[in-house]
Design a protein. Structure first.
Length: 318
């Protein structure tokens, strides 16, 4: 009986030992190996993220970066053109994609009233009868005064008539000047009427291309944009650069622009303007470059990359 009990105790002990070993192995598999994890080097998830945009160490010799800064090609000028006066559009003479010249008429507002006012002003400006009548009256007054003075002996009545004749001559002189002033005013009114009529014509302020037609004939143009015209013979390149390159991009620098188009183009651009401040939210600043596009081969709106020949860093301003 004692042997059986002893054998049972041994079996229980062996079973407990096996369970403890099993539990230890299971715990070892599920618990992270902290010391080994601490020994692992601290590597970035993406090795390419260590390459900073514009880092000379990773770029071509003399350039800020291997692939340059991101940029966007935009029209040199974009004009949203509206009418100079309220009214209804009588006609629109252009459409999207049309090339226009400076001063070309894009649209016409209803101008029947302005044309009638101009005709009336022209008639008043052309009238010369009032001046002619004043001159005739003046000449008659001059002759009358001359006749009165030619008499050798003047009676009291004749002397009075001479004074009246001289007064009439003065009045006739003033009437000539009055007629001339009215004629000058009529000329000014004619110019005003012509300007009012001219405001009914919407003209392009620049040479360019119609990017969009906003309204059509029959619609009111009160305060609305009728068409957008963009200048494409000269283009702007908008560059966004990290703040660490502030002071290394300056006006007058030459840059190489590579377009991200189906057929990439390499262009030469010159820095026209650099921001005098850094945007704190993005820690970047902007620069504007100019590209000649006289042949109209470069599309505005294309994205691009630009690199600069840095040369020596500019000296800091005092």
């Amino acid at each position: 009986m004692n042997r059986i009990r002893h054998t049972g105790l041994i079996a229980v002990a062996l079973t407990s030992g096996l369970l403890a070993v099993s539990t230890g192995l299971s715990s070892a598999q599920t618990r992270p190996d902290t010391p080994r994890a601490m020994e692992m080097p601290n590597r970035p998830a993406n090795a390419s993220s260590r390459k900073q945009l514009g880092n000379p160490a990773h770029g071509k010799s003399g350039n800020y970066s291997e692939d340059g800064f991101g940029c966007l090609i935009t029209p040199h000028t974009a004009a949203d053109i509206g009418a100079g006066a309220p009214g209804i559009l009588a006609e629109v003479r252009v459409k999207r994609g049309d090339r226009v010249r400076r001063g070309q008429i894009l649209a016409v507002l209803d101008n029947s009233v302005e044309q009638a006012l101009l005709l009336a002003a022209e008639a008043r400006a052309a009238a010369r009868a009032e001046i002619a009548a004043a001159r005739a009256t003046h000449q008659m007054a001059q002759r009358k005064v001359a006749r009165m003075k030619s008499l050798n002996e003047l009676s009291y009545g004749a002397q009075l008539e001479l004074e009246l004749a001289e007064g009439e001559l003065d009045v006739a002189t003033y009437r000539i000047e009055q007629a001339r002033e009215r004629h000058r005013i009529a000329d000014r009114e004619h110019q005003v009427a012509a300007q009012q009529l001219d405001q009914r014509y919407v003209r392009s302020p620049i040479d360019g291309v119609v990017a969009e037609q906003m309204v059509s004939a029959g619609e009111r143009a009160d305060g609305r944009t009728i068409a957008r015209v963009i200048r494409l013979d000269m283009l702007r390149v908008e560059v966004v650069a990290p703040a660490r390159y502030y002071g290394r991009i300056a006006a007058g620098m030459i840059g190489t622009v590579n377009t991200e188009t189906a057929e990439p183009m390499e262009l030469t651009a010159i820095v026209d303007q650099v921001d005098a401040f850094i945007d704190p939210a993005s820690s970047t600043f902007r620069a504007q470059m100019l590209v000649d596009n006289s042949a109209l081969t470069v599309p505005a709106g294309a994205r691009c990359r630009v690199s600069f020949d840095t040369g020596p860093a500019p000296a800091a301003r005092s």
